[in-house]
Design a protein. Structure first.
Length: 264
């Protein structure tokens, strides 16, 4: 029997936009955000001027392949009392999740981080920088960030971070007159930077980026495959190969604000 230690599995995929595609490359058209100025007053018989027009942009995707292999001895597969293949499959699925998390955070980290001093900077980011997304703003932080938020109180000594009354397992942060959902990401996935800089990602990740999924995780096994100097048939082993194909693209860089609060 294989005894497993408790793990905190977390996937960022459900928080971003994603689309299944059938081609290796392609593009999508989006109407960009623009300030409308309105019509100009025209007198009787006067000349009408041209008004502003909607603007559009295109985002391109190009599918990349992410893959890895895992050799296992046939003795292990034959002599194990447990379903070792299931354990291997779960491990490779976890590798797929880790790959997606890394690619998503790489896009998030492409947005320049701002040094925050505390809750006032979080309020400003939510109320001013993200006003266009006020109905869908979420605050993402790690375990250290939750610990920091959990110490904040209002003038009446009431905690600013509290469970959602309708969903006790979810958290909300009181930001002025608003209550913003908070998502806790494990430190192992979203690390605190050197010097105690705790990450805070605020905004709408679905508007920020999109995953174009060409082929979800596929796992194959072979007893005859050869990779480089490794020969499964010659070495009496089984080779497990996992492949996923996708591309991760930023849609709207202004949909998030990335901040850091230095915590002792």
């Amino acid at each position: 029997q294989i005894n497993k230690l408790k793990e905190n599995h977390f996937s960022l995929r459900s928080y971003i936009d994603h689309e299944t595609v059938s081609t290796n490359t392609g593009s999508r058209t989006y109407q960009t955000r623009a300030q409308q100025t309105g019509f100009v007053q025209v007198g009787e018989g006067g000349k009408i001027t041209q008004t502003s027009a909607p603007k559009f942009s295109r985002i391109d995707y190009s599918i990349k392949k992410y893959a890895g292999y895992l050799p296992v001895t046939n003795e292990l597969l034959a002599d194990s009392d447990v379903a070792i293949v299931n354990v291997i499959t779960e491990w490779l699925a976890g590798e797929s999740v880790a790959t997606e998390n890394a690619q998503i955070l790489a896009k998030v980290n492409s947005v320049e981080a701002t040094a925050f001093t505390g809750i006032k900077d979080i309020k400003k980011a939510v109320n001013v920088n993200l006003s266009a997304f006020k109905g869908s703003v979420v605050i993402y932080t790690n375990d250290d960030g939750i610990q920091y938020l959990d110490t904040l109180e209002d003038s009446n000594k009431r905690p600013l971070l509290s469970p959602d009354p309708t969903k006790p397992m979810e958290l909300r942060l009181s930001v002025g007159a608003r209550s913003i959902p908070v998502v806790q990401i494990p430190n192992e996935v979203l690390a605190t930077a050197e010097g105690g800089k705790v990450p805070f990602i605020m905004g709408d990740l679905k508007e920020f980026m999109k995953e174009f999924d060409r082929e979800q995780l596929t796992i194959m096994q072979s007893t005859t495959a050869a990779i480089g100097e490794f020969n499964a048939y010659e070495q009496d082993m089984t080779l497990f190969r996992a492949i996923m194909r996708a591309d991760f693209v930023v849609k709207d860089a202004k949909a998030i604000v990335r901040g850091e609060i230095t915590v002792a």
